[in-house]
Design a protein around this ligand. Structure first.
Ligand SMILES: NCCC[C@H](NC(=O)CCC(=O)O)C(=O)O
Length: 445
């Protein structure tokens, strides 16, 4: 049986816009009210996904969410026809309208935490959608995310889907963006690393002063319990609160792992050496590569600006590892020099491939934010909804779909346009047919 890691990228939705919704995410705040280009955003994402499929990787797509979210607007008291609701919300509560229009589900690293079958007690692949409670616009994602995951990984013999954690700050959960798995071969039992920003029930524990810590240790522990992980294959690591205060709102802005490689910034964690020792002990092999990037080579500011660590480290069919980096890394001399040096250091990483995902980067989402990793085997892959898997035909079909339905210019003032709602629903209705997802959206029920 073959084992490998699949990547499921979030298809960028038709309302992709810059609304400055994420306090603590520097790019989101600094691009607030910029004009977006949803068509290019979706195509940039599709191009990256197709390139990985062409490299021989298993690549899937996850459908976007229904936005504007009229159901949430109704739930908070707006009434009338769809057009009247949009109009009233724009006048009376523009910030709430913006929160209900974000295409943020594109960042599927925040869709869920995933534990492969090699790690879990019952031998199934487990998914828990992230509750994303720290941000209003993201807290409305998990129910539909659960529907989309269940429609994509739709065979209960292999896949176990959990409900998202209770929607309360003690269980702040941001999904795979704060979770990394180290392993030998993908089918071997791995070590799952959960990185958190605060301990909700221990006020004396370190936490950031300026920006929110979105993930709690309590949420991480709950997920490990739900997924049936064991003590000897989980490690809980505290993020360094000082870097959260410099814009590292998720751990995947400062660290990324793949198989026996952990690539991280010197300032990423607290008690770094102890934690590396624990990982080494639980991993149980001598060939772990801890690649620590010193502040003297790359500052926190450059890491946040370029997303050096929001890169994907993937293992190619040849067994070599390559880094999938945003072109922003090429444009920063210190980061570019570091990446050029990295491939000569004798670690498993031997190449870097750059992709333009700037539409997403301007909202604080790099290549790694755009994908959900699912380590799986042949049999599990055969049980996945095959219409979600990237190939020549799906690539052509989705690009044509984007050309038909997406705008190439969207400002926050356009969000109340009733025509945008109609365009978005028409697009998503067609998408559920292309990907054979069934009725995953509320407007279809
Ligand atoms: N993993 C990357 C997530 C980026 C995401 N940005 C946003 O939601 C920005 C949306 C806006 O500001 O329009 C976030 O911060 O959760």
């Amino acid at each position: 049986m073959k084992h490998f890691e699949a990547n499921f990228d979030g298809l960028v939705g038709p309302t992709h816009n810059y609304a400055g919704l994420s306090f603590g995410n520097v790019a989101s705040f600094s691009n607030a009210s910029a004009v977006s280009d949803p068509k290019s955003a979706a195509k940039q994402g599709l191009k990256k996904a197709k390139a990985l499929a062409d490299m021989g990787m298993v690549q899937g797509m996850l459908a976007p969410q229904e936005r504007p979210d009229l159901h949430t607007l109704r739930r908070i008291g707006f009434s009338g026809t769809d057009a009247e609701i949009l109009n009233k919300a724009a006048k009376e509560a523009p910030a709430l309208l913006r929160a209900c229009c974000s295409a943020s589900s594109m960042w599927t690293a925040n869709a869920a935490t995933v534990s492969p079958s090699a790690d879990t007690r019952d031998g199934k692949l487990h998914f828990t959608p992230a509750n994303l409670v720290d941000k209003l616009h993201r807290s409305i994602e998990p129910t539909t995310t659960g529907n989309i995951l269940a429609a994509t990984f739709n065979d209960p013999r292999y896949f176990s889907h959990h409900q998202h954690l209770p929607e309360q700050a003690n269980f702040g959960d941001e999904g795979a963006a704060n979770h990394t798995r180290l392993c030998g071969n993908y089918g071997d039992k791995g070590v799952e690393l959960f990185v958190y920003g605060q301990e909700a029930t221990n006020p004396a524990a370190p936490k950031p002063k300026k920006y929110p810590a979105r993930q709690t240790i309590e949420a991480s522990q709950a997920i490990a319990r739900l997924h049936g992980l064991s003590e000897d294959n989980t490690v809980y690591i505290s993020q360094n609160p000082d870097v959260i205060d410099q814009g590292v709102f998720h751990n995947d802005v400062i660290a990324v792992g793949n198989q026996n490689v952990l690539f991280y910034h010197q300032q990423a964690f607290l008690n770094t050496q102890n934690k590396l020792d624990e990982i080494q002990r639980k991993f149980g092999r001598s060939d772990v590569h801890f690649i620590e990037v010193p502040t003297s080579k790359v500052s926190i500011q450059d890491a946040v600006k370029t997303y050096l660590f929001n890169t994907q480290i993937i293992t190619l069919p040849s067994g070599e590892m390559t880094i999938i980096a945003p072109t922003n890394c090429q444009e920063n001399p210190a980061v570019f020099a570091y990446l050029n040096e990295l491939v000569t250091l004798g670690t498993p990483i031997t190449q870097v491939n750059y992709f333009d995902v700037k539409q997403s980067m301007q909202n604080g989402g790099g290549p790694a934010c755009l994908r959900l990793r699912v380590a799986m085997n042949d049999m599990e892959l055969a049980a996945v909804n095959q219409n979600t898997l990237m190939n020549e035909a799906l690539f052509t079909r989705l690009n044509a779909w984007v050309d038909t339905h997406y705008r190439d210019r969207l400002s926050v003032d356009d969000l109340a346009d009733p025509q945008l709602l109609i365009e978005s629903r028409t697009a998503l209705d067609e998408l559920t047919q292309i990907m054979k997802l069934g009725s995953v959206y509320q407007f279809q029920k």
